[in-house]
Design a protein around this ligand. Structure first.
Ligand code: PHE
Length: 450
């Protein structure tokens, strides 16, 4: 039997390494690509306020729950559930996490591939003020080969890093990538805010418009909170399983949430001022990053440089999230089936690449193939957002609240003691508020969809 945190399984070299890896997982396409347009189309600051409340009320307890399960057992989800509830079928929920990681990474990698290809297109100077960016984007995602090659490249990099393990792979790369990401954010936000006419963008982003708030907005806010904090699929259980016994959970949890939220907000400060400075449409939805922004960069001074930086930023953010998605799948095979890390990363990475192929082709060659009226890409996205992640969150809160027991989780969170003590409120949230809120969201989300 593995003792918690024994060496052969590996552990973070430093607590900063863990914090960087966990925030790297949280900060991704969800912050830089998705968050700004969700805010932009859901009532700006009004949405923001609701989102912040939900992050505190639902995100924080769930994050604490995942971190304590991981730290206490020193195991990835399936093995952790087996250790805490021996002889039961609870380990099966860990299998759902593995499947979720598999599904999300398959199409996440496709979008990351778009970002990488746009980085090279921008660097090579292929865009000019005359370019029809909508046509370029549609042309790109509808074509068969190019997006697939970038999907392959992105998966190969992800596999290469995960192969090298926790310290030499993940920790070493996030130590470079996360500071780089922060620097890029700062440069871009300064560029955007100093464009003439940027103030209109700020007031659009920050002016609360409560008339836009509907039950649907609240659903989107919860969905966004889960997705952006990488909750509900055992990423945080897995990463925390490599923590040493003396690391402090509450500080790390607040750090992850704080940095993730800050970066999402800053991404909005980059995008909206720039879009308004050039009188473009802020509610362009998913095309905001790939159509509207390249158009912005083609027209502003230094646009080539800043445009390249933006797509580099997007690619780096996606990479540090992809690492955590693959790690969930790989650590399951290492812990449960004694696979070598190299074999697990290569083989699972390859299968994830294969699942991404129909997702990529679903915009072009295979667009005729639909499930419940959605193309394959949208179907996978729907599956993770409306079913897999909320279901995972529900299972974790029930497991921690009633099977392992919330007070045990709280004890782990408060040991060793740090300035911020988790009180009894945590038990109430984990046992009652979370399961109820998540179940309601799932039901309303599904009713609304069909
Ligand atoms: N949090 C990541 C993002 O914001 C996405 C993600 C979801 C990563 C679930 C891991 C697990 O892009």
């Amino acid at each position: 039997m593995n003792e918690p945190n024994n060496c052969p399984r590996g552990s973070w070299k430093s607590s900063l390494g863990f914090l960087l890896a966990a925030t790297g997982s949280a900060v991704g396409l969800g912050n830089i690509w998705r968050f700004p347009y969700v805010v932009g189309t859901n009532g700006g600051a009004a949405f923001l306020i609701i989102y912040l409340i939900l992050v505190a009320v639902i995100g924080l307890p769930l994050l604490l729950a995942e971190l304590t399960v991981g730290k206490h057992t020193g195991k990835s989800p399936v093995s952790a559930f087996k250790a805490l509830a021996p002889g039961t079928k609870w380990w099966f929920s860990g299998m759902i996490f593995v499947i979720t990681g598999f599904v999300i990474l398959s199409f996440y990698s496709v979008v990351a591939g778009w970002a990488m290809s746009y980085f090279f297109k921008t660097v090579r100077g292929l865009f000019s003020a005359e370019t029809d960016f909508a046509a370029v984007f549609t042309g790109h995602i509808e074509s068969s080969l190019t997006p697939l090659i970038w999907h392959l490249v992105f998966m190969a990099i992800t596999i290469g890093i995960i192969c090298c393990g926790i310290v030499k792979g993940i920790e070493r790369s996030v130590r470079v990538l996360m500071p780089a990401l922060s620097l890029l954010l700062v440069v871009l936000v300064i560029r955007s805010l100093t464009l003439p006419g940027s103030a209109a963008g700020l007031s659009f982003y920050l002016k609360p418009d409560f008339s836009e708030i509907s039950p649907q907005t609240i659903l989107s806010a919860i969905g966004q909170a889960f997705y952006t904090l990488s909750l509900g699929m055992g990423v945080m259980i897995t990463y925390a399983s490599y923590l040493s016994k003396d690391s402090k959970i509450p500080g790390n949890a607040l750090g992850i949430i704080g940095i993730d939220t800050l970066i999402a907000l800053v991404a909005g400060f980059i995008i909206f001022p720039a879009v308004f400075a050039l009188n473009l449409d802020p509610s362009a939805g998913a095309g905001l990053a790939f159509i509207t922004l390249p158009a912005v960069f083609s027209q502003i001074p230094g646009g080539l440089f800043f445009g390249s930086l933006f797509f580099l930023l997007l690619s780096i953010a996606a990479l540090t999230s992809a690492l955590s998605l693959l790690e969930v799948v790989v650590s399951w095979l290492i812990d449960e089936h004694n696979w070598s890390r190299k074999k697990a990363s290569a083989l699972m990475g390859f299968f994830i690449f294969l699942l991404g192929i129909p997702a990529s082709l679903s915009f072009g060659a295979w667009s005729g193939f639909t499930i419940a009226g959605m193309n394959f890409f949208d179907f996978l996205d729907f599956l993770q957002e409306s079913i897999l992640l909320p279901l995972g969150g529900l299972l974790i809160s029930i497991f921690v609240g009633y099977v392992w027991k919330a007070h045990r989780s709280r004890k782990v969170a408060n040991d060793p003691p740090c300035g911020f003590n988790i009180g009894k409120w945590y038990d109430i949230f984990i046992r009652f508020v979370l399961p109820l809120a998540i179940a309601l969201v799932m039901i309303f989300g599904l009713i609304d969809r069909f």
